[in-house]
Design a protein around this ligand. Structure first.
Ligand SMILES: Nc1nc2c(ncn2[C@@H]2O[C@H](COP(=O)(O)OP(=O)(O)OP(=O)(O)O)[C@@H](O)[C@H]2O)c(=O)[nH]1
Ligand SMILES: [Mg+2]
Length: 275
């Protein structure tokens, strides 16, 4: 007898690397609020990338209380983008949120994302830099680089959205299917996901969010190593937008079941089957 897996309302992908002190409270806060309090049928997929600490056991210890917490272990090579891409292969929900393990994001914003998608939007992009946002402990140099990069993106893509490099965003599952498969291996996936949805013409809402700088552990984002990767992704999408936006928009609207294989049977009659 085949086991029917019911589709959860919401899938949350959490990449985690050496977050033993953060991942437990992160899951507790998220599940207590979304599942126990708000009653949203939520699955969480934690993607552990060769952590050398107790990240995995912290996740496993929460699975008895919340069986919809799933743990995915990747083989090397690691990388933020690779972890998100792996997580996206496991999701089953209609709405997908990318969420950080270091407790920088707020569960209440995840709920607001979910509600906004339910209103009819395809994507929700949180911004830490619009009225109503609340940001604490943002490292100064990083903030300066962030503002410069996002200003450049606004100018290149002619968009008012001003925090496209932040990973914490929500997408309807269909958007991920139509814009993917993604190729970025590192933090540049944040741009690949957000900008490809933007240039494909999906309905996106930007809302203010809260953000907390980490209080335990160390950053995995090495700005010097990431610069060339961000630049490459940015230029690729910029040229797609400038030189072939008609194709990009058409791809975003395509019907995934549009191709059929045609067979001819022995009687000479043609039959068709969906691929
Ligand atoms: N699986 C996996 N997760 C990662 C990897 N790199 C980062 N992460 C996770 O991705 C999230 C964001 O990484 P951070 O190191 O916090 O990067 P950041 O937010 O730019 O840096 P901070 O200012 O320190 O917060 C965290 O939950 C990390 O545990 C990786 O290579 N693999
Ligand atoms: Mg962080």
């Amino acid at each position: 007898m085949s086991r029917q897996v019911q589709r959860p309302q919401l899938s949350i992908v959490i990449p985690a690397y050496n977050e033993e002190q953060n991942i437990g409270p992160c899951l507790d806060d998220l599940m207590t609020f979304l599942v126990d309090q708000e009653g949203i049928d939520t699955e969480v997929i934690v993607v552990n990338d060769n952590s050398v600490d107790a990240t995995e056991s912290e996740v496993i210890s929460r699975q008895q209380r919340w069986p919809s917490i799933r743990l995915v272990r990747r083989k090397p090579p690691g990388g933020f983008g690779r972890a998100i891409r792996t997580g996206l292969q496991f999701v089953r929900g209609e709405v997908i949120i990318i969420y950080m393990a270091d407790r920088s994001d707020h569960p209440r914003d995840a709920k607001r994302y979910y509600d906004t998608i339910m209103e009819g939007y395809d994507c929700v992009f949180g911004s830490r830099f619009i009225r109503g946002a609340e940001v604490n402990r943002y490292p100064r140099v990083k903030l300066w680089v962030n503002r410069l990069v996002n200003k450049t993106i606004q100018w290149m893509f002619w968009t008012p959205m001003n925090d496209l490099t932040n990973a914490f965003k929500a997408y309807r599952a269909g958007v991920i299917d139509l814009c993917g498969p993604y190729r970025s291996c590192h933090f540049n996936i944040t741009l690949e996901m957000s900008l490809s949805a933007l240039i494909s013409g999906f309905r996106i809402k930007e809302i203010p969010i809260g953000w907390e700088g980490r209080t335990w552990g160390s950053t995995n984002l090495r700005m010097r190593e990431m610069g060339r990767r961000y630049l490459c992704t940015l230029l690729m999408l910029f040229f797609q937008r400038v030189l072939m936006s008609d194709d990009v928009v058409a791809e975003g609207k395509r019907d995934p079941g549009a191709a059929i294989e045609v067979f001819s049977d022995p009687k000479g009659l043609e039959t068709a089957d969906h691929t």
